[in-house]
Design a protein around this ligand. Sequence first.
Ligand code: MG
Ligand code: MG
Length: 269
Amino acid sequence: MIKIKSREEIELMRESALIVSKTLGEVAKAIQPGVSTLELDKIAETFIRDHGAIPGFLGLYDFPNTLCMSPNEQIVHGIPNKDPLKEGDIISVDCGALKSGFYGDHAYTFAVGEIDPETEKLLQVTKESLYIGIREFRVGNRVGDVGHAIQQYTESHGFGVVRELVGHGIGKEMHEDPEMPNYGRRGRGKKFVEGMVVAIEPMINLGTHRIKQYPDGWTIKTADMKPSAHFEHDVAIVDGKPELLSTFQYIYEALGIVSDEEDEFRASS
Ligand code: MG
Ligand code: MG
């Protein structure tokens, strides 16, 4: 069942999403060759708790950490460890936080130093596909419209769209209805209405869309061991249109990036 949020609830969700946004900004400052994903996990956990929130993933379905850290061929749900990141790696960082009874949940894939042009293109196209999908999340459209837009764009670049993992509604629970696949057919699936809040999260592979699971029971990787990217935003429908609750601006401040990609999805105050 889809749980519609009131304006007041959406404002609480914006606070939760902002804590995750700022946490990813802190992680962005610390990402460099030599740092381990476990060190980054500690930075995130401390920051979330210092801001009056609870790590959203820690203990959820028994996940052992604050961040899902998925380098290179890992797609999602990687467990932080002591291995240092290397120049040329990519690292997908997925973070959740719970505050005032509501979850925030979003993700960004970072380059560690210089990366090869093919992988750079994968990151760029995956992030672009996120906004292309978000644009379809409006009153009157359907779940399939978002998935179709993401699939068409990323496949046109020759990339593989992960099928087994999908976006989701979000609110008092991390994962609510509806499921939000990154593939689909126009005009199919649940209809969007005012007050829906979802996490849209394309998981896009450089090569095959096929996946494998690690023996740890968590980590999902590409079947061909080529890199995979993951970008995620929390989005509400307000006045019929998509409005971002999360932001990458703290990441961009940390990395010295100037971007207007979020402007069209900001609250019209
Ligand atoms: Mg996430
Ligand atoms: Mg999610």
